[in-house]
Design a protein around this ligand. Structure first.
Ligand code: G3I
Ligand code: 9MR
Ligand code: CA
Length: 610
């Protein structure tokens, strides 16, 4: 389906491209990975004039669109027209003509469009695994020796203890080889929530990683990091902040980073983030491994108790430590997050929290994750859930409105800071929560525009996911990708993205040349030097994976157990077909939405499930 007609089409495309003249300057910015057949579809057009034609593989115009009014998108300073081509539903690869000239030929419409990028973005966590070798069977040309295999780590004086502990496994944080509890917190939560929202979809989704008992691949991958996190809890319940060398290593493979590892700091943020993650893990792993689940729950409770006793222990890098600090002085949001998840898991009202947050989740501010927890557990939280839902929807309305002008994306001027692509991703995750809670399709549509942005509908005209799209980063700030001697970077990584801070720009020749453009959305360089725009990180991949995963799962007929039945509007054809026969009913149970007919259950694709 996906490559329908491609073979005949390629030579013709080349011919068409060579005919177009250099004087022509319209640019169409598209989702380079593709669009789903049944979705709303839009691209952004700059310097266009006249109508837009979509041309199929045999050269026929299949759709003519009059672009929308132009409006300025402040982050890039461009005047942009949005082109809605939702009517194009037939899978295939198309060209775009503007004013009669072909401007690009890589426009794709397909089914299950995001399944490959979903798997790739999840597979990347395997490539980040510490303490094990990556075999060729799984890693292909990115196979490598194990790094950080010595389990003995020294307790730095900042932990308030001395001696050593055993700590191994976990995911390397980013382009460096540190392992940081705070950043593991939001990352692991986001991936666990993806599973918890769509368990039946993820029970069968597989990619090429080593099996772990009877666990679905997603839970097998997450367990690698949970196991490491569990090693970072002290006997009093407090959780150490990070496990790193004292400074960043050079451009070496993990196995060559042989400086001693230290366990550094112990603080409130790490402890509450840990408690929240372990509380969710206790729910998610229970059906597969009850004893692991209860180990997680005990660890969560013990951590929460320590955090409650030590609410103001902010972490800052000790003077002899130069690795990432993930320093955060505002610690109430972490407590809210932990309390919310522990209350959901245990039903113990002493953990129950109230209030709601307008803040987009990020590693330093997890109040929005607590808002998700409250809004999606109406029975448990009662009025508090309603407040959370109202707050969530008011923010989502703002995001949705932004997505209808300018570049047709949610991102605005203030969203471009270090890791801006995770800002985009988390806006999409927020919108999907609004969709689950209301069934209003406008939120789903806005969420798909976030994927569009990350996969190419942006003023840099690039997919920010390594290995996918017509143009994607080749030189990420990722030590293995630099040191492995393989031309292509490790695939499936979302780079940090444009932002005007320029923290990596230096006077020394080996540092970054000034790549800033005066505009936030184009201040980016695909260069290894740029850790402020072109690094990768586990917390930036997670919201992307969540978005791609949720969108694929919804379209496969799944919905979170708490979702309103309005979410079925995504699959009108299937629902209607079922309805036309013998009055089947839409129902929710066992965490999914299904159609019941003559006492039998079917998923929304019409497959019998019981
Ligand atoms: O949150 C504020 C925001 O409100 C404000 O509008 C914006 C504009 O100034 O700044 C935002 O703060 C930024 C913060 O990231 C947001 O998370 C800071 O300026 C920025 O300096 C900070 O950068 C962090 C960076 O480390 C430097 O500390 C990144 O978030 C964080 O992702 C990054 O993490 C590193 C680890 O330390 C080490 N491993 C790699 C990893 C990724 O680069
Ligand atoms: O490589 C480091 C990257 O992983 C971090 O995110 C970043 C910010 O803490 O720092 C990078 O290391 C740089 C160091 O801070 C300054 N000298 C250049 C290093 C990159 O080569
Ligand atoms: Ca905080």
């Amino acid at each position: 389906m996906l490559n329908f007609g491609l073979k005949q089409y390629v030579p013709m495309t080349i011919a068409l491209l060579s005919l177009s003249t250099a004087a022509f300057s319209a640019t169409a910015y598209i989702n380079q990975v593709g669009y789903r057949s049944g979705d709303s579809k839009e691209f952004a057009l700059v310097d266009g004039s006249g109508n837009v034609e979509i041309v199929n593989a045999s050269g026929s115009t299949v759709l003519t669109v009059t672009p929308g009014e132009s409006s300025t998108w402040a982050p890039s300073g461009q005047n942009v027209q949005l082109v809605d081509f939702s009517e194009l539903k037939t899978p295939g690869t198309y060209s775009i003509k503007v004013g009669g000239q072909v401007v690009r030929s890589d426009l794709k419409v397909a089914d299950k469009t995001y399944e490959d990028v979903l798997k790739a973005s999840l597979k990347w966590y395997y490539y980040q695994r510490a303490s094990m070798a990556l075999d060729e069977t799984y890693a292909g040309q990115w196979k490598r020796a194990a790094g950080h295999t010595n389990p003995t780590a020294r307790l730095h004086s900042s932990t308030g203890a001395s001696g050593t502990i055993n700590s191994s496994k976990g995911w390397y944080d980013a382009g460096d080889y540190g392992r940081y509890i705070v950043n593991s917190g939001i990352t692991t939560y986001t991936l666990l929530s993806l599973y918890e929202h769509f368990p039946d979809y993820f029970k069968t989704l597989k990619w090429n990683i080593p099996a772990e008992g009877n666990l679905p691949d997603l839970l097998a991958e997450i367990k690698w990091n949970l196991d490491w996190m569990l090693t970072m809890q002290a006997s009093d319940g407090g959780v150490y902040h990070k496990l790193t060398t004292l400074g960043f290593p050079g451009d070496v493979m993990p196995a060559q980073d042989s400086d001693p590892l230290y366990v550094i700091g112990k603080g409130t943020a790490a402890t509450f983030d840990f408690a929240a993650v372990m509380a969710v893990a206790a729910r998610v792993y229970k059906p597969f491994d009850a004893s692991y689940a209860s180990k997680c729950l005990e660890a969560a409770k013990k951590a929460y108790a320590w955090g409650a006793q030590n609410p103001n222990k902010a972490f800052n890098n000790p003077s002899d430590v130069a690795t990432g600090s993930y320093a955060d002085g505002s610690l109430g949001d972490e407590k809210d997050f932990a309390g919310t998840e522990l209350f959901v898991t245990t039903g113990d009202a002493s953990y129950k929290t109230s209030g709601a947050s307008h803040n987009l989740p990020g590693w330093a501010d997890v109040s929005g994750l607590a808002t998700y927890g409250k809004a999606t557990h109406a029975t448990e939280f009662g009025n508090v859930a309603q407040v959370a839902k109202d707050t969530l929807l008011s923010v989502a309305d703002d995001f949705e409105a932004r997505s209808t002008t300018g570049f047709g994306v949610v991102m605005g001027d203030n969203d471009f800071y270090w890791g801006s692509n995770s800002v985009a991703g988390n806006q999409g995750v927020w919108l999907l929560h609004a969709y689950y809670l209301t069934g209003d399709k406008k939120y789903y549509v806005a969420a798909t525009k976030v994927l569009d942005y990350l996969l190419g509908k942006n003023p840099l005209d690039m997919s920010f996911l390594t290995g996918y799209g017509t143009k994607s980063p080749m030189m990420p700030h990722h030590r293995p990708s630099t040191a492995d001697g393989v031309k292509d970077p490790v695939p499936g990584m979302i780079v940090g993205g444009p932002q005007p801070g320029g923290e990596d720009i230096g006077s020394q020749t080996w540092e970054c040349k000034d790549y800033r453009t005066g505009k936030p959305a184009t201040s980016y360089t695909d260069n290894r030097c740029s850790y402020a725009t072109n690094e990768v990180a586990i917390n930036w991949n997670a919201p992307f994976a969540y978005l791609a995963g949720a969108i694929e799962a919804i379209n496969a007929g799944y919905a979170p157990s708490f979702a309103t039945s309005g979410i079925t509007s995504i699959k009108p054809a299937v629902a209607r077909k079922a309805h036309a026969k013998q009055g089947p009913q839409l129902r929710f149970a066992d965490q999914m939405l299904y159609v019941e007919k003559n006492g039998k259950r079917f998923n929304l694709n019409g497959h019998r499930i019981k």
